[in-house]
Design a protein around this ligand. Structure first.
Ligand code: ADP
Ligand SMILES: O=P(O)(O)O[C@H]1O[C@H](CO)[C@@H](O[C@H]2O[C@H](CO)[C@@H](O)[C@H](O)[C@H]2O)[C@H](O)[C@H]1O
Length: 517
């Protein structure tokens, strides 16, 4: 690689809390290692695009209680990359940088950033501190200290807790911390079995909807979300009046079943269904195994309760004709962008456009649409079943959208449509385990499709039973929302899990067929 094409690693700017010091040198020495490590992280959003420069936007030391303890540096990294449309842009990422000379017990390979070679820090091991309980407990101490109940600051960081001294139990001697195992857009750390801290990775200026909506729902007394306990935010050099949410601590739902895993376990039962065993031919009967409908009904009800609570506490607006047309236009534009990113969508474009045009046309008939704050990226993996019923998690919205877009009021049926897609995913996932030419495939595909239809219907019935607007009463809107989501999923899978691309593509084919491909 020539010098001009090599990514630039730049020194901390004057805006950082640690400048020109020994720690500044440490960050500078770690940057080339971070540059190698960063693109391999699941949460790095710029995969497949070259990094042209990386520099720390802020650096903050979180000091330990005793000398000689491992270093914990909070970094906001500015990563410059080419954009997909040929321009250049930058993103900010949060990294908790651990540094110590000794090995970290049980540190997985993926967490190791590298050993510094040469200079005053020669041999120092740098790593993602989210994996080191000593260091995550140290961060938690800042978040839950009594000072944080009033607001406490450390350089550009500001800590805030909602509860008082009771939170200090989380960091008492013997406290434990472990990193969450789920594949995520962010990184979570679980403390004991009491609290879970989400460390946001890609950082946008301003209040993150996950914090905003958790606080609003908690104020509204909703029991359908894990209660928020504390959070921290950071001043950004480029947007000093819009502090960014960096971490959110919530009550841990102990013993909760992840909605996706729970649904998949039921779908798996279709494999041993007597119908599937071939005892009878024809369409699947009403008595297929893997009956999850009662749970889907309850999940629909819980979703409606969350929507009703959000509408009680945050603004509700009414979309007029021009705004509904703009909604449909935005869907068509997202489709066009998706076709460029995934050309396999091209044959379906005309039919899918008709679905969005039908929404725009319905606006001309004088209809109005209620819009409110919603979850924005609802799927089974964002729901959790405990003994107390279903809870919804992660109100961050679609990571690819700007914060402004994610915070805009929208028809609540967008969340319903997204969850309907998730039932389809759970059913289709079963088929990913079979070879294309497996003779069992057609029969299992029919059972899986029936399973998806039943659970989608049960979810909508539960939603309407809670007193929210019946989602199936407006099929034009529901159809457009589901199509928009499936288009998003095609791009998401092509970028993140190409082996799953067939799942949303088969939905696209079905939706296009229904719209008269
Ligand atoms: N309050 C909680 N209690 C128990 N588990 C949780 C809680 N919040 C999140 N999780 C687990 O962590 C996973 C990822 O959380 P999520 O908020 O969706 O993060 P991300 O934004 O990274 O996708 C969830 O699917 C769930 O398994
Ligand atoms: O959970 P995230 O906020 O990271 O959301 C992203 O990742 C999801 C996958 O983990 C993705 O969801 C898609 O796959 C799910 C199965 O893994 C499925 O249940 C969803 O219906 C489907 O959309 C989500 O779209 C993406 O934003």
């Amino acid at each position: 690689m020539s010098d001009t094409s090599r990514p630039r690693t730049m020194a901390p700017s004057s805006a950082t809390a640690v400048r020109g010091t020994d720690l500044g040198t440490l960050v500078q020495d770690a940057l080339p290692l971070i540059l190698e490590w960063l693109p391999r992280q699941r949460w790095f959003a710029g995969k497949g695009r070259a990094i042209s420069a990386i520099s720390p936007a802020t650096v903050t030391l979180l000091p330990g209680p005793r000398p000689g303890e491992p270093l914990l540096l909070h970094l906001l990294l500015r990563v410059e990359q080419d954009t997909r449309d040929g321009g250049t842009g930058h993103d900010l990422y949060q990294l908790l940088l651990g540094a110590r000379s000794s090995a970290v017990p049980e540190l997985p390979g993926a967490a190791v950033i590298g050993r510094i070679g040469g200079g005053p820090h020669d041999g120092l091991l740098t790593y993602d501190a989210a994996y080191d309980p000593t260091l995550t407990l140290r961060l938690l101490t800042f978040m839950t200290s009594e000072n944080a109940a009033q607001d406490s600051r450390l350089g550009p960081l500001r800590f805030r807790s909602l509860l008082g001294p009771e939170l200090s139990d989380l960091t008492a001697p013997g406290a434990t911390a472990r990193i969450g195992t789920a594949e995520q857009s962010n990184t979570s750390v679980v403390f004991g079995d009491t609290a879970i801290l989400k460390l946001f990775r890609r950082i946008n200026p301003g209040l993150n909807p996950d914090l905003e909506l958790s606080l609003a729902l908690s104020r509204a007394g909703s029991a359908r979300i894990p209660a928020p306990l504390a959070w921290y935010e950071g001043d950004l050099p480029d947007a000093p009046d819009q502090p960014a949410t960096l971490g959110l601590l919530q009550r841990f739902l102990h013993g909760g079943k992840d909605g996706w895993e729970f649904a998949l376990a039921h779908v798996q039962q279709l494999r041993t269904d007597p119908e599937w065993q071939g005892s009878r031919e024809g369409q699947p009967s009403d008595h297929i195994s893997g009956n999850f409908s009662a749970e889907s009904f309850l999940l629909g009800r819980a979703t409606a309760e969350v929507h009703l609570a959000l509408a009680r506490t945050l603004p509700v607006t009414v979309l007029d004709r021009a705004e509904i047309e703009a909604l449909a236009d935005a869907m068509a534009l997202r489709l066009d962008a998706a076709v460029l990113a995934v050309p396999a969508l091209a044959p379906y474009r005309a039919a899918l456009r008709r679905i969005f045009q039908a929404l725009a046309a319905s606006a001309r008939d004088g209809r109005l649409l209620r819009a409110q704050r919603i979850h924005g990226d609802l799927h089974l993996g964002q729901s959790m079943r405990t003994a107390r019923g279903w809870s919804l998690l992660d109100f961050e919205g679609e990571p690819a959208k700007t914060l402004e877009e994610r915070r805009r009021p929208q028809p609540a049926v967008r969340d319903v449509a997204a969850m309907l897609r998730s039932f389809d995913y759970a059913a289709a996932h079963l088929l990913t385990e079979l070879d294309q030419d497996d003779p069992a495939r057609p029969r299992l595909a029919a059972l899986a499709a029936t399973w998806a239809l039943r659970n989608r219907a049960a979810f909508c019935a539960g939603y309407a039973a809670a007193g929210a607007e019946d989602p199936v009463a407006d099929p034009v809107l529901l159809h457009a929302m589901e199509t928009d989501k499936a288009v998003y999923e095609v791009v998401y899978e092509a970028r993140n899990r190409p082996e799953w691309l067939g799942i949303p593509m088969s939905a696209i084919s079905r939706l296009a067929e229904a719209a008269g491909r």
